[in-house]
Design a protein around this ligand. Sequence first.
Ligand code: NDP
Ligand code: 8X3
Length: 254
Amino acid sequence: MSHFAFITGATSGIGLASAKALAEKGYDLVLAARNEEKLAQVKKEIEEKEKVSVTTYKLDVRNPEEIHDVTSWCLKEVGTPYILLNDAGLARGLEPYGETDEADILQMVETNIKGLFLMTRAFLPSMLKANKGHIINMGSTAGLYAYAGAAVYCATKAAVKTFSDGVRIDVIDSNIKVTTIQPGIVETPFSEVRFHGDKKRAASVYEGVDALQAEDIANIIAFVADQPKRVQISDVVIMANQQATGFMVSKKKK
Ligand code: NDP
Ligand code: 8X3
């Protein structure tokens, strides 16, 4: 594979939609997530529709050993990714910080911050050696505007934004680009994960809102990736039309 995108969190929501959008643009794909069955389904679906090659790796980005193994296999078996889309991430819970579950805190920090930092660290030396590549990190409006019950989630997304800015400085003398994508409310399984599988509560988040869809963000990621060599889009903030700040959303009454 010569020109490929490595995507974490590619089995659902924004990561899945981005895999499809990049495949449509002709990128071969390397997809990673924890659920092997879903990875196999996604590979089949994309390879049946697009003339691209899809490689999959089971990966929990919280585990540094797995990151080392998977990124080494990828570098050896497939090569150096042109795009690294660090999408894997999640929110857990929506309680005041004093009531936030310690396991939820650790899962958010280890996935959204540690995993993303280590994935980037694992691929950056080869990208620098090749003197090309594009690191696209999934932030959120939550990283720009804190909201109630989400201190940890918001802080992890603020970390993603600041980390991206720092890496962009460190690669300034190379051709590598670094972008932070910061969406507002996107209707995906995100809320079901946040509410530990409570589908009813998750659905209520999107009631009365014409929320962003995963495809909207994927189209923007494909656009960001498709710019000439001289153009580096550093940040994109995307909100639903009914959204004004991180968590100020106008809901239509039934
Ligand atoms: P989804 O829950 O639909 O997708 C999350 C993806 O991340 C899944 O593919 C999941 O796969 C993967 N994932 C979760 N934990 C891990 C892990 N430890 N290791 C590897 N993969 C993991 O959510 P979204 O698509 O909505 O979210 C994607 C990103 O976008 C996240 O970073 C989220 O914070 C961000 N975002 C979401 C917004 C929204 O409103 N939905 C708005 C702004 C940003 P698996 O379970 O198989 O591992
Ligand atoms: C996810 C979007 O608004 O729930 O990052 O924080 S929001």
